[in-house]
Every structure is written in structure tokens, then in C-alpha cells.
Design a protein around this ligand. Structure first.
Ligand code: PHE
Length: 349
């Protein structure tokens, strides 16, 4: 064999112990680099093989044989070391596994405070014999306004900044369309409450474009303002505590007559208007906070749904759930309800 042939064969044979040595001290994460170094397309083996072509023809069979042997040996060495390292890694993971450590408890979710209060209010009213109903959030102008004695161009429509989906189709601005839907679907007597989302074009520190209301409606023969007062007073004391004082102030809604707004004594300052000598911020020193709107169903609404106003009377009310929740739990910032901070939400678990 020529000298060049012998050199090439020696070079090939030397690769095997060299790789074996490097493999022995190689960590798992460096294994791939080592494979590229020896077996890669531009690796040491490939470099030597490139010299095969320039050998004298009679040297080629022997040198070729040596090349194949070297390639096989390198590949086997590599595979063996790879398997060894994989086994080591697996053993290491096992030895780090400590079965005496306490398990990781999955975090449990909790109901949103607005949901909790909504359910609590519904429970109070179902206890009084009311039935829970619901209806669409996308509502026609007729249900949201017109049947509630708010004809087109009525100035009272300005009370609520309406979000329109299309001509005569709105996102309901209150749950009062459920009064209309209920009366159209049933004959009196009816006693229902309707919890749900409502929408207004309004967004600042104390208003969000979506919030929750609960509507109440009771219609029968001889329902009076006294029934309204008694029902709402009982309800508010169940939610806010037996000591809560309740007052009715005359107000206006197109769909009730007479209408009232209801205040409860301020829970923050106990109705005093001051707290530790400072003006109470929750009730702005008045000792009262507004909690809901209500009134006796207007005869015009009865006419729109086909109830005889000479025979039937009824009362209706609507309240904002976020507002009740803030007062009940002393939450100062409306944004808390929408930020989904689990440190806040988890307190209601
Ligand atoms: N719908 C009124 C509002 O959103 C509240 C209300 C309901 C008032 C029922 C009277 C009767 O402000």
C-alpha cells in the first residue's frame, strides 16, 4: 500500500479511540455537538473520506474497508453512549422524586361576587314566592322603550345612553323589557324577578358599559304601594341587615306611576354622615345611599301588553347588582369587578 493509503487508514483507525475518549467525559447536552464533530457532513470522518478518491486505485479497496469499519464503530460508540446518558438522566429524575413532599393542590375557582349577590337576591325573592325569568340582551326598541311608555322622541330616552345594534334593535339598557315579555306571555297574577346584563354607552370610574340589574314585577288585583314598600323593605333588610333603615323618595320613571327611588341608611357610617370625625365618602355625608328605582306599573304599560288597568295593579322595581355588591362588601372601586384579579376574587370563595 502506498504511503498515502496507509496514512488514511491510520487516520480512520485513530478516530475511534479519539471519539471514545471524548464520549466518556461528554455530558448529555454536549452529545449532539460531538456527533456533528465526528459524524457530521463536514465532520472528521467526512474529511478523511474525501481523501479516498485521490488514492491509487489499488489502495482503494483496503482504505474503503477501513472507512466503513470506522464509520460503523463511530456510529455504534455514539449510540451506546447516548443510551447510557439517557438511562442516567432517567435514574436522576427518579432519585430526585420525593414521595414524602406534600402534593400540589390545584387552585379552586370561586363564584364572582356579583354572581354571589345576584344568587342571594334571587333566593330572597324566590322565598317570597317570585319566579326567576330571563330574556334576550339584544332587544327590540319596542320592548326596551316603546311598550314601557317611552315613545320615539320621548325626552326620557335621554336618561339612558343606548347602544344600537341596528335601527330599532338595541342592547337592552335595563331589565325592564322583561316586565313586558312576562306580561305578554302570562295572565295575572305574576310575580317574577329577572336578573341579567344590561348595556349603556357610559364608561368612567363609576360606570361600565355592561353591568347587571335585577328587575322585579308583581301584578294582581289590589296590589298597592304598601305592598311595594313592605316587599322591598323586607328584601333590603335581608340583604343588608335587620337594622337597615329604608326610605322612599318620589322620583320619575315613564313606566311607573307613582315612582320612587329607595335609599338605605349608609352602612359605612351607620347613617351618621361622618366616620371618625371625617365626612363619610360613601354617602357624601347624607347618611343615605340610593339603592333602587321602583313604582306602581303605569296603566300605559298594562295597555301595551293587554292587561286591563281597571282590574289589575302592580309594582315594579329595578336595582343595580354591582352597586348592591359594593355596598354590601364595602368595595370602593367598580373596576375590581372587571379586572379578574384572583387575589380579589378569591376572598369570596
Ligand atoms: N329600569 C329602571 C332603570 O334602569 C329601574 C326601574 C325598574 C324603575 C322598574 C322602576 C321600575 O333605571
Amino acid at each position: 500500500m502506498s504511503q498515502a493509503g496507509e496514512e488514511l487508514v491510520r487516520g480512520l483507525e485513530a478516530l475511534v479511540p479519539a471519539m471514545r475518549g471524548e464520549l466518556a467525559s461528554c455530558a448529555a447536552q454536549d452529545l449532539e455537538d460531538l456527533r456533528v464533530k465526528y459524524l457530521g457532513r463536514k465532520g472528521l470522518l467526512a474529511g478523511l473520506l474525501a481523501g479516498l478518491g485521490s488514492l491509487a486505485p489499488e489502495d482503494r479497496p483496503l482504505a474503503g474497508k477501513a472507512a466503513n469499519a470506522a464509520k460503523q464503530a463511530l456510529t455504534d460508540l455514539f449510540a451506546a453512549r447516548e443510551a447510557e446518558l439517557a438511562a442516567e438522566t432517567a435514574r436522576g429524575a427518579l432519585s430526585r422524586f420525593d414521595p414524602t413532599l406534600p402534593g400540589r393542590t390545584p387552585e379552586a375557582g370561586s363564584l364572582h361576587p356579583v354572581t354571589l349577590v345576584m344568587e342571594e337576591i334571587c333566593t330572597v325573592f324566590t322565598g317570597l314566592g317570585f319566579e326567576v325569568v330571563s330574556g334576550p340582551e339584544v332587544e327590540s326598541d319596542w320592548y326596551n322603550f316603546e311598550a314601557l311608555n317611552l315613545p320615539p322622541e320621548h325626552p326620557a330616552r335621554d336618561m339612558q345612553d343606548t347602544l344600537y345594534v341596528a335601527d330599532n334593535v338595541v342592547l337592552r339598557t335595563h331589565t325592564s323589557p322583561l316586565q313586558v315579555r312576562t306580561m305578554l306571555a302570562r295572565k295575572p297574577p305574576v310575580a317574577v324577578i329577572a336578573p341579567g346584563k344590561v348595556y349603556r354607552r357610559d364608561s368612567d370610574l363609576t360606570h361600565t358599559p355592561m353591568f347587571h340589574q335585577i328587575e322585579g314585577l308583581l301584578v294582581d288585583r289590589e296590589v298597592s304601594m304598601a305592598d311595594l314598600r313592605g316587599t322591598l323593605t323586607s328584601f333590603l333588610r335581608q340583604i343588608f341587615g335587620v337594622d337597615t333603615r329604608v326610605r322612599f323618595r318620589p322620583s320619575f320613571f315613564p313606566f311607573t306611576e307613582p315612582s320612587a327611588e329607595v335609599d338605605i341608611s349608609c352602612r359605612m357610617c351607620g347613617g351618621a354622615g361622618t366616620l371618625h370625625g371625617e365626612p363619610c365618602r360613601v354617602c357624601k355625608q347624607t347618611g343615605w345611599v340610593e339603592i333602587l328605582g321602583c313604582g306602581m306599573v303605569d296603566p300605559e304599560v298594562f295597555k301595551a301588553v293587554g292587561y286591563d288597568p281597571e282590574v289589575y295593579t302592580g309594582f315594579a322595581f329595578g336595582l343595580g347588582v354591582e352597586r348592591v355588591t359594593m355596598l354590601k362588601y364595602g368595595i370602593g372601586d367598580l373596576r375590581m369587578f372587571f379586572e379578574n384579579d384572583t387575589r380579589f376574587l378569591g376572598q369570596f370563595a
